[in-house]
Design a protein around this ligand. Structure first.
Ligand code: FAD
Length: 819
């Protein structure tokens, strides 16, 4: 038997090797139009990023090794130009000699892969615009980087390859931005999960331009000018086009083989095309999506390899079939892992499939064992029988194994009830006695059985008449909460149950879902019929709320390497600090880690160093502020795989090791009073201090908050009590009374008149000037809660801060004034 194979990489090489193992006598010839066979496509971005440093490692086999090991004739630089199914013959172009020849076959395997899409954008042929598909592309990109040393790069397309390239170009020290037409990167996951990836990219200083595309490329001086659909223009030094691939069906189409509805080669379960002697595998073929049974194009290496093997089995007379693809995919995004399997919510909606979803945020392993890092886990399942439809996981450690367990469970037709029962390997460093996969099964089963009624954040946003109860601690609440929520910690819920309205639908939420579920059960068993837990808690809210802006994300380099007077950053290499005390705060949410640090440092001697490991993303900033305000030294800080490691030395470095408050030319004013004359006095002092070069912070608390209110009010959701409270207090500067001689409102008008006649700025002008001079206006979060004020009710430019913020600012000030 003579078997010819077109394409010598994933599918083609796999088919050839399997066939040889089954049939020692077959004549097997691989034709590969490139210079290399069996190379590691998936490793190419990492070669560009200098993570894989040896070129040879990219080549899994060579023509020589294929000959030696498998007795396979490999012809590189050989392009198959036509296939003649009637004559069972192909025509081959020897690219080196330019000569063409024919070769007959008994069986033919087409494994030509896919072609990177190169949209016909004006200027797209510029030599600085690259696509990445094979080894030649890889060498072209590395050579350009090595020789031209580009400072900036634009990656067009935020799919797997685009994101991997962005990371690897960052590794080469290049400033990178990704431009993506849709509203998210990594299309196979849903936007709520992609939001977490957006944060990671931003924190690694990858620019992200969403919902925009490239209109044209043009030369500008020595650089490339990229004009976007929005009209924005970007200058860059190189471009990677990663806007997707399409199946390479040119040979198949010309040979008259059937092409599927999505443009891939049509094959049956045996990988046989419409011609019985021609098989096709890999990126070039259409497969069946195993979840929805529709045709799909899923260009992944795993399926290509398996299909190659299956085609070989059938050619050798060993019947075998390929049932379909789950699209199980995983990607490293810097130190984060993103994985998805089965159908996303978007796909389920597209096909009109009924589904339910749950979110959980379990730790990667037992919380008491060091370095447990939470993961975002979304499970999609069928509302009828609980059949698993898909999952997406974003996290650090252990994402890969959980996604694979889900992949197996989908393939096996399992339901969420089965997930509860899976016996998964457990020891504290690896998992919890209830693995995240079991947890997902428990939550989803409870939901299906009606033991646990949930709602999702999008439903909360739509229902304006909800009573929202935040069952976290007051400190967690003060760090951020959902508009209109009332804080009743779950521990107090039984005593304060009368505060929960019985005439409305009640939504409870906590940080990740566990306390919310408890609160839900307490309320349910106390006669609250119309109560729901908002699934996934506040953590999910942060990724789903529409107004969430990735602009809020701090760059890790700002957090980690900012060598200011209060904290020195360090990298992995230079973080060579020996700590005599170790503190594990992993798994704790803010303010847990800081409280643990505070307790530990209190018992340390001056000069002692504690190494703290924490997984709360806010910890990097918190520890910086904490050290600054407590007079301790942040000797180093680094972040790796979701774990922030900080080194805190008790006291200051140098001779004087005792903790000491650092003072500078900063001034802090606490504005407690909400009276016009005191407000004017406060702003005059603040403006004066700012004019003298001081950094000024005005911390508004209690009645002082009225000064910051907008005159026109704002449309915010509030409880009745908060509304009444707000109604009774002056709304904005124009309604403030005087501390003395108010005279039923005459006094303020009189004083404004006098100020005008004497050319003194009005309070409104003073506020504007203060803002112009960079005076920070900070509203006290605790007072806001007490008085029922929301940020939207304040004038522009007001920040929100807690007591720690004030104390930090006051510690750095050499003047604090209370008005
Ligand atoms: P290919 O492996 O692309 O091989 C096709 C070969 O056929 C090519 O070498 C081509 O030159 C040759 N050919 C085409 N036409 C002819 C002709 N007429 N004559 C002779 N030869 C021809 N997948 C994953 O699952 N995980 C990953 O992490 C991953 N990362 C990737 C990173 C990059 C940069 C790229 C480009 C792909 C990545 N993939 C990944 C996708 C994966 O590599 C493909 O799905 C897989 O290689 C497809 O195998 P294939 O055999 O169909 O095609």
């Amino acid at each position: 038997m003579k078997v010819l194979i077109v394409g010598g990489v994933a599918g083609g090489a796999s088919a050839a090797a399997r066939l040889r193992r089954l049939d020692e006598n077959a004549e097997i010839i691989i034709f590969e139009k490139g210079r290399h066979i069996s190379y590691a496509n998936c490793g190419l971005p990492y070669y560009i990023g200098n993570i894989i440093t040896e070129e040879e490692k990219l080549f899994l086999q060579t023509p020589e090794s294929m000959k030696e090991k498998f007795n396979i004739d490999v012809r590189v630089n050989s392009e198959v130009t036509t296939v003649n199914p009637e004559k069972r013959e192909i025509e081959v172009l020897n690219i080196d000699s330019g000569k063409k020849y024919r070769e007959t076959y008994d069986k033919l395997v087409l494994a030509p892969g896919s072609i990177p899409i190169r949209p016909k954008i004006p200027g797209v042929d510029d030599e600085r615009i690259f696509t990445l598909k094979n080894v030649s592309d890889t060498f072209a990109i590395t050579e350009y980087i090595d020789k031209k040393k580009p400072g900036e790069a634009l990656v067009v397309g935020g799919g797997y390859i685009g994101v991997e390239m962005a990371e690897n170009l960052r590794h080469r020290g290049i400033n990178v931005s990704i431009i993506e037409l849709s509203n998210q990167v990594i299309g196979p996951i849903d936007p709520d999960m992609a939001a977490v990836v957006h944060m990671k990219l931003k924190s690694k200083e990858v620019g992200l331009i969403l919902e925009d595309g490239v209109k044209s490329f043009s030369k500008s001086d020595m650089r490339l000018e990229v004009e976007l659909n929005s009209g924005r223009k970007i200058n860059t030094d190189m471009v990677i086009l990663a806007v997707g691939v399409k199946p390479d069906v040119s040979l198949a189409r010309e040979a008259g083989l059937k092409i599927g509805s999505l443009g891939g080669i049509l094959v049956d379960r045996h990988m046989q095309t419409s011609d019985e002697n021609i098989f096709a595998v890999g990126d070039a073929v259409e497969v069946i999506d195993l979840v929805n049974n529709n045709p799909a194009l899923i260009p992944l290496a795993g399926p290509a390899n398996k299909q190659g093997r299956i085609a070989a089995n059938n050619i050798a007379g060993k019947e075998d079939s390929y049932e379909g693809t789950l699209g199980n995919a995983i990607i490293k995004v810097f130190d984060m892992t993103v994985a998805a399997v089965g159908n996303s919510e978007k796909t389920l909606k597209k096909y009109g499939t009924e589904y339910m979803k749950i979110y959980i945020h379990p730790p990667s392993h037992a919380g008491y064992y060091p370095d447990a890092v939470p993961m975002h886990f979304k499970l999609l399942f069928s509302p009828g029988d609980g059949k698993i439809l898909g999952a997406q996981i974003v996290g650090y450690e252990g994402v890969d194994k959980r996604i694979d367990v889900i992949a197996v469970s989908i393939k096996a037709g399992m339901t969420v009830y089965d997930l509860q029962e899976l016996e998964l390997a457990y020891a504290p460093p690896y998992s919890s006695a209830k693995d995240p996969v079991n947890m997902a099964g428990y939550v989803a089963s409870n939901v299906l059985e009606g033991i646990y009624e949930i709602m999702h954040w999008d439903e909360v946003a739509k229902n304006k008449d909800l009573a929202i109860i935040d069952v976290r601690t007051p400190v967690e609440f003060s760090m951020g909460h959902v508009d209109g929520a009332v804080n009743i910690p779950v521990e107090q819920l039984r005593q304060r149950i009368n505060e929960v309205p019985r005439d409305k639908q009640v939504a409870v939420y906590c940080q990740v879902g566990i306390r919310g579920y408890q609160a839900y059960r307490i309320l349910k068993q106390n006669g609250f019929d119309n109560v729901r837990d908002v699934n996934g808690g506040y953590k999910t809210y942060l990724t789903t709320k529409e107004e969430y802006s990735i602009e809020d994300v701090e760059k890790e380099s700002d957090v980690i390497s900012n060598n200011d007077s209060r904290a020195s950053g360090c990298t992995d290499e230079d973080c060579n600090i020996t700590a005599n005390i170790k503190l594990d705060a992993c798994g704790l949410q803010c303010p847990g880690p800081i409280m643990k640090v505070s307790g530990t440092v209190a018992d340390m001697n001056s000069g002692d160093i504690v190494e703290i490991r924490a997984t709360d993303p806010a910890f990097a900033n918190d520890i910086r502020s904490w050290c600054g305000s407590t007079g301790n030294t942040l000797s180093g800080i680094k972040q790796e795989s979701g774990v922030i490691t900080a080194y805190v030395k008790k006291g200051r470095s140098g001779k004087d090791m005792e903790p000491k408050v650092q003072q500078g030319n900063e001034k802090t004013l606490v504005v407690f009073s909400g009276e016009l004359d005191k407000a004017i006095a406060a702003f005059i002092i603040a403006n004066g201090a700012a004019a003298m070069g001081n950094k000024v912070t005005m911390f508004f608390t209690f009645w002082g908050l009225n000064i910051l209110r907008r005159h026109e009010g704002a449309d915010v959701r509030k409880s009745l009590l908060d509304h009444m409270f707000g109604f009774m207090m002056p709304r904005g500067t124009k309604r403030l009374g005087l501390s003395r001689m108010n005279m039923g409102g005459m006094g303020p008008r009189l004083i404004r008149h006098v100020m005008k006649s004497k050319n003194v700025d009005t309070l409104e002008d003073l506020i504007d000037k203060a803002k112009e001079q960079g005076v920070r206006l900070v509203a006290c979060s605790m007072s806001m809660d007490v008085m029922g004020f929301k940020q939207e009710e304040f004038i522009d430019g007001v920040e929100i801060g807690g007591v720690a913020y004030f104390l930090d600012s006051a510690d750095r000030s050499n003047m604090s004034m209370f008005i």
